[in-house]
Design a protein around this ligand. Sequence first.
Ligand code: PBG
Ligand code: ZN
Length: 325
Amino acid sequence: MAELSLRRTRQDTAIRELTRQVRPTVGQLIQPHFVVQNISAREAVPGLNAVYRETPDSLLEQIEADLEQGVSKILLFGVPAEKSDTDFDHQFTADQIAAVRQRFGEQIWLAADVCLCSATLHGHCGILNDSADQVMNAASVEALTEAARLYASAGANCVAPSDMMDGRVAAIRQTLEQAGLDRTLIMSYAAKFHSSFYGPFRLAAESAPGKDIPLSDRASYQIDPARPNDALLSALRDDREGADILMVKPGLPYLDVLAELSARIPKPWAVYQTSGESAAIELMAREALISRESANLETWTAFLRAGASMIITYDARHARTWLET
Ligand code: PBG
Ligand code: ZN
């Protein structure tokens, strides 16, 4: 018996390149952006690598710079200055969508995150009841649907509800159809878990929930990490309600869920490498404990292996450099 068997296909770069089953490409990455009303200069987001709370002007400059790096797909989070309990200012975000569309035309594929948590006083993803101990479903869905309609009319290619209310995909789909917006995709945060990995995001989006009110966290609407069956039910439901793209979020701690759901539901699957996951890599990189580049490439490869066809990642803008080296 010859000594080498499995190692024969690992022996040099050529055969390693030829035998890979998946490979990350810039084209399948989506770059998140935060655009914030009433700040005078952009602000770095703690823990993330070159990610900012952008002003309307700096947003356009950053998108331009990213386009030069081959990044043409974005997920936009609008952060309005005025917070409220019931009346939300979605116009600021809609205006930024329109501005991106006007400046870049069809060069940019834009998904608009649809939620209320950046616009509520309490940071929850929906409207609270009077005793502030529950998120009301129907009222929240109505407000979310209005936001989705506005963002789609402003030129979003895709609306992405991240709130986890029941029935929001169906309501948004119906409203978009009534408005004649039948080309707008819906990317549903279908399997979104109640996770600890959202920390930097909440600083960026001003959406930390539950200051001084009874309802202190999102456990009553996001999926319990110990309930993969709930994620399956949620994904099946959003599929039926007309979502075009389904998502698992966070990514690395839920690879099992991504693998199983993507095998069961033959729609395109997105995965969100959340702010906490990115920051974990970034902070280790800052301590020289890890390579930011190879840790991200390994993570993205894992997502593809598990069945994702697109990856939302704060490091999309570095991908081309990393993939070329
Ligand atoms: C809120 C929302 C969150 C993220 C996207 N939309 C955080 C949360 O649910 O508290 C997380 C994104 C990230 O951590 O990168 N609707
Ligand atoms: Zn939210």
